[in-house]
Design a protein around this ligand. Structure first.
Ligand SMILES: Nc1nc2c(ncn2[C@@H]2O[C@H](COP(=O)(O)OP(=O)(O)O)[C@@H](O)[C@H]2O)c(=O)[nH]1
Ligand SMILES: [Mg+2]
Length: 214
């Protein structure tokens, strides 16, 4: 459940996936693309070889018509196998996840293991994976060695989660991915938090506020 009191509602959203799939790039592009009322600086913690050691954090927010402050804290996890403890800590108490897969055919095993790790870590930190708002992004579609979209769609046809195809490096699909997650998060909590009735927030207004669209 998101943190909620009289004054503010705070959602923790996590970009999860194998090392080098483009999680940090997603947050960097979102920072460039979005203009919500509140936008903090992106905090990235990287080692010299350009791999995320701990996590990245991008804070966003806007005010609902009721005056309630809606905050989003977007995190990335480190993808390297060795950092499973950090991944669990970052995943803990999250309200939604983007799984960033690497479309490169050579990365299929890494994607699969990372996705399996996501499901297992959710269970370990007490997140109901079945009800977790989750979007699967296939990034790096520009690579010549990328698995074609049609093949990925066929392979993932039985899963309940929305798929988004992206070239995060160019910003393509980055906002669509985040918007898809926002909609899933809204639908999960709108009723219990009385977002429409008490706070004047429809799904469209929630998305527009978070993205900073007029
Ligand atoms: N070709 C290609 N490279 C990308 C794309 N997105 C990210 N990258 C590159 O992949 C590498 C890893 O990206 P990064 O965001 O640091 O991955 P992270 O480990 O998941 O945070 C970097 O060199 C990025 O520039 C993409 O859409 N296409
Ligand atoms: Mg990173």
């Amino acid at each position: 459940m998101p943190d909620y009191d009289e004054r503010q509602l705070s959602f923790k959203l996590v970009y999860y996936g194998p090392a080098q799939s483009g999680k940090t790039t997603n947050l960097l592009r979102l920072h460039d693309l979005l203009s919500p009322q509140l936008k903090g600086e992106i905090m990235t913690m990287e080692t010299q070889d350009d791999r995320t050691l701990f996590f990245d954090l991008l804070p966003l927010g806007f005010r609902a018509p009721s005056g309630l402050l809606i905050k989003f804290r977007l995190f990335t996890v480190p993808g390297q196998v060795a950092h499973d403890g950090t991944r669990k800590a970052v995943l803990s108490r999250s309200d939604g996840v983007v799984f960033v897969a690497d479309s490169d055919r050579s990365q299929e095993t890494n994607n699969g293991e990372s996705f399996q790790g996501l499901a297992e870590n959710c269970q370990r930190v007490g997140i109901d994976f079945e009800r977790l708002p989750l979007v699967v992004q296939f990034n790096k579609c520009d690579l010549p060695s990328a698995v074609p979209e049609a093949e990925i769609r066929e392979r993932w046809s039985a899963v309940p989660w929305p798929l988004v195809f992206a070239v995060a490096l160019r910003g393509a699909g980055v906002e669509a991915t985040f918007e898809t997650l926002l909609r899933a998060v809204y639908r999960r909590h709108a009723e219990s938090l009385e977002l429409a009735g008490k706070h004047g927030l429809t799904e469209a207004a929630f998305v527009a506020g978070a993205l900073g669209r007029p």
